[in-house]
Design a protein around this ligand. Structure first.
Ligand SMILES: C[S@@+](CC[C@H](N)C(=O)[O-])C[C@H]1O[C@@H](n2cnc3c(N)ncnc32)[C@H](O)[C@@H]1O
Length: 310
């Protein structure tokens, strides 16, 4: 497998882990099984780690929507098979625009699954417009999928315009385990392009952190053996490097929480519920895993500052 293919295949891992945890009742997602048919059962540590990840990202999304209402935009960078658009719709959020972005090979598969599924299609229908499909792209009233390499800003800009991007709307960017695969100079260009073009933006980034100890050496070795070069690893070293990545690119501020902090801040009853779902043999392993991932939230503009997710 070459490096690009290996990076794209990380979407299969992420979506299979999400489906597994949903089937075990960690959280509800009525749509993930439309995208992921087969998976192997994951360990309790992995399932709990994904639970914390979903809770953390959902908390940022909720805080963003509390501040903006429906007059806003979400752009999911390296979206994979994420189902956030449908989950928001189900909860009566009808935001101005939602754009899913990934490599064309990944978006083609996402479009294919949507095209043959009435439940997914129905949410996209609106009296104001048709759904148009191309192989790798989909355009509907307020949901778009576009296939583009995030390292190419000119192409990204062009494709986002086709998706009706509005630079004046408060915009939430989501990236879950994406930037670690991208060379720092490209990420820098992407982050600077966002701050120079969008009036008000919030960026939630979930990815590895504390990548400078023995535990992380094993994680890095495993990913590299699969062909993932981890070009963006430098920024994953510490909380400070995660933060500086944004501050150096013109963002007004950035806060970083490791996943242990997020996990411990989940309300007691909810944590007890999920801890009763499966027997966890090695608590220490879960804690190590949680200490090696983080959520960073960066903002541009006063409206979107002070997001607290713990
Ligand atoms: C680990 S997966 C995560 C998928 C999704 N964010 C989730 O959490 O379920 C990483 C995703 O980032 C995408 N990705 C990585 N580098 C990219 C790039 N340069 N341009 C577009 N997508 C990219 C991959 O194709 C893959 O779908």
């Amino acid at each position: 497998m070459d490096s690009l293919e290996a990076v794209q295949s990380t979407n299969d891992d992420a979506s299979e882990c999400k489906r597994c945890a949903v089937d075990l009742n960690y959280w509800k997602d009525k749509y993930i099984h439309f995208f992921v048919r087969h998976y192997e059962r994951k360990t309790p540590e992995i399932n709990r780690g994904y639970f914390a990840r979903v809770c953390g990202v959902n908390a940022v999304v909720k805080s963003f929507l509390d501040k903006t209402g429906n007059k806003c935009q979400i752009i999911n960078l390296g979206c994979g098979f994420d189902t956030l658009y449908w989950r928001l719709k189900e909860n009566n959020f009808n935001i101005s625009n939602f754009i899913d972005v990934d490599f064309p090979t990944v978006t083609a598969r996402k479009c294919h699954s949507i095209k043959r599924n009435n439940v997914l299609l129905q949410s996209l229908h609106n009296e104001d417009g048709e759904i148009s499909f191309r192989d790798t792209d989909l355009h509907s009233f307020n949901y778009h999928i576009t296939g583009v390499d995030l390292r190419n800003i000119n192409d990204l800009e062009y494709k986002l315009l086709q998706c009706g991007v509005d630079y004046n709307l408060p915009t939430l960017f989501i990236s879950e385990c994406v930037l670690i695969y991208i060379e720092p100079s490209y990420t820098q260009r992407l982050l600077m392009w966002i701050t120079s073009n969008f009036k008000q933006a919030l960026f939630v980034n979930y990815e590895q952190m504390n990548m400078n100890d023995r535990f992380s050496e094993v994680m890095i070795k495993n990913l590299r053996e699969r062909g993932c070069a981890l070009a963006g690893l430098e920024a994953c070293k510490t909380k400070e490097t995660q933060k500086q990545r944004f501050l150096n690119c013109g963002w007004s501020g950035c806060r970083v929480w490791d996943m242990m902090q997020i996990y411990m801040s989940i309300p007691g009853a909810e944590r007890q519920r999920i801890e009763a779902l499966e027997f966890l043999d090695e608590q220490e392993l879960l804690f190590q895993l949680l200490q090696h991932y983080a959520i960073s939230v960066a903002w541009k503009g006063d409206l979107l500052k002070d997001v607290d997710i713990t």
